[in-house]
Design a protein around this ligand. Sequence first.
Ligand code: GLC
Length: 464
Amino acid sequence: MKNKVKRWTSVALASSAAAALVVGCGQTSNTGSGANGSASTSPSSTTMVNVAGVRIAKPTHLVNYKNASGTIVWAESFTTGPTASELVSAFEKKFPKIKVKLQVQPSNTDTNRADLTASISGGSPTPDVYMGDVIWPAQFAHNQLAAPLSDYLPTSFWTRFSNGLVAGATYDGKVYAAPLFADTAFLYYRKDLLAKYHLPVPKTWQQLQQEASYIVKHGGAKYGFVWQGADYEGLTCDFDEYLADAGGSVLTNGKATLDTPAAKQALSFMRGLITSGVTPQSVDTFQEPQSENVFTQGNAVFLRNWSYAWSDSQNPQSSKVVGKVGVAPLPTFAGHGSSGYSTVGGWDLYLNPHTKNLAAALQFIDWMTSPQAQEILAANSEMPTIKAVADSPSLAKYSPVFALLPKVKFVSRPSQTPNYPAVSKAIYDNVNAALAGSVSVAQALKDANQQIQQALSGSGSGGL
Ligand code: GLC
């Protein structure tokens, strides 16, 4: 802990440009010295406050960014659609003294992370602001890849967000990311095909499998059900949902619990989707874009994907199934309630500790979490993170997914540990091997369990 603080204090926000913009906030005696202050930045010796349901250290270096100017680079990783450029145009119109250059990142969260990790740990001052996954705060904070936003922004900033989101971006008493949008997984289905074959929207996984198989057999579609089975973080998300539906969880009291009947039910079902022909074998190479593409090209009855897939499915430029799609909460296993779990997904805005334009970066983060920007996200079927938009009755007009939220059950990934990348790798590597048929379900779970345990003890391999 002490080491972490010391190492943090040596990083680059102390650039004179940044320090000059820092204004006193009264809690500490090192006002004006940038992030290069003394150990007073340590949460243990700083006044803590309760904000947005979480205990955080009061800001040490409030920044006045109201007259910010200059150019910043924003690394964005929207999987599809015009969202990033729409946001930047609206921002530049409102703040003409700031220019935002877009840096497009890979849509695969793991390769995106590896890329950002390499450039930021190498000291690059750009991107100034980057979109990062909701599972990154612990790892990025621990490795000084993100600056503690709560040191620079007033505590009142955090009260705009919906419950729980700030807590998810907090590590060791500081908030390292501003929640940008939340991702929830849904079941997308072809309502024209269900109507044609007189079948209801499935509420259980078993029912989905039967219906998909029936429609494929009768020539309604090439494939029954597509999802994310490639060897990457997205597979951890999919697996965690079946696992939660079966009553299991990755960790129980801090210990790996994948060597269990619930995990066997989950993984056997996933593998069974492939062996029964409902899901193509190539799903073991599918990430979000590939699975979505099969569906929007009209080749599958059902798709598991995140909130934004609604708007993609309704885009006449890329979708052949406009007007033919319905959306519902994911199913669950028979006997486990009326709907299934969604993994908690989403993306935040992080600040590069080496930025040379702290004020413009903070202005951008502030605006991106304002009602204007959050409405642009909502119009693209991305779930807003601020209460003013998320709780507004007008939200429903943007996308049918928003009305479904109250029915969804949520499962979080165990990402509070900086070793999460290795924990997740232990899951997706082994689950993927079982999907490919190269190891048995039982063996895959045994291996995953053991590797998760190793990862938690800090001796796991990889993940970056
Ligand atoms: C989505 C989610 C993110 C998750 C990723 C996995 O982008 O928002 O949280 O890690 O999918 O592919």
